[in-house]
Design a protein. Structure first.
Length: 213
């Protein structure tokens, strides 16, 4: 079992802060998918603004990891986690923008596809919440941290099922407008990419927790 120092605590606190920003992005995206009369371009603007904050925090935290890396066993894993979370944030911004275009320009909404995309976002909210809890527990109870991380791996499998269902329903549609097809597929792809990235974050947290158990 490895002891941890101030550097690890600082880095893990920043990872939690970044994860919290991603949770904010997901909540706004959820509102876009579920609430009537949402100004989608305004919602996208908020999500994209948060993405800029995530990128800034990732850069600063990464710089800190490199500065203290000589005393860190997990510096490589921390840097991977930061990059993976940044990509999640970027994907959410891209999904929000495409949804804004879909509703404002194409003006086609399919309820079945909408429901499946909403379920994917709900699962992503559960995944990022488990990641935040796993990172918090790393300094308290590594075994419980690994349990939370494993939850994320299970959630990713559930999102995969929803994604396959989404694709199936999308391609079953007849006389589909190409712009609607491309934008809908890209939104689902981005959400599925987020799930894969969060699973990778969870696996990296698992490696850190194994060293601390």
């Amino acid at each position: 079992m490895l002891t941890m120092g101030v550097s690890e605590l600082n880095i893990e606190e920043q990872i939690q802060n970044i994860s919290n920003l991603i949770l904010d992005q997901l909540r706004i995206l959820y509102q876009q998918f579920t609430e009537q009369n949402v100004n989608n371009m305004q919602a996208y603007s908020k999500i994209d603004g948060i993405k800029s904050s995530v990128e800034d925090m990732k850069y600063k935290t990464g710089e800190y990891v490199l500065k203290v890396s000589e005393g860190l066993i997990n510096s490589g894993l921390y840097l991977e986690i930061l990059t993976q979370l940044e990509k999640v944030s970027q994907n959410l911004s891209a999904a929000s923008y495409r949804y804004s275009v879909l509703t404002n320009k194409v003006k086609i909404v399919d309820q079945i596809l909408q429901n499946l995309a909403t379920l994917m976002v709900e699962k992503l909210i559960a995944a990022i919440t488990n990641i935040m809890e796993a990172v918090r527990l790393l300094s308290i109870n590594a075994k419980k941290a690994s349990e939370k991380a494993r939850n994320v791996v299970k959630i990713e499998e559930e999102i995969d099922d929803l994604y396959r269902n989404f694709e199936l329903k999308l391609f079953e549609k007849e006389n589909i407008e190409m712009t609607f097809l491309m934008l809908s597929k890209d939104i689902a792809d981005r959400l599925e990419d987020c799930a894969d990235l969060l699973r990778d974050v969870a696996n990296n947290i698992l490696y850190i927790s194994f060293l601390r158990e």
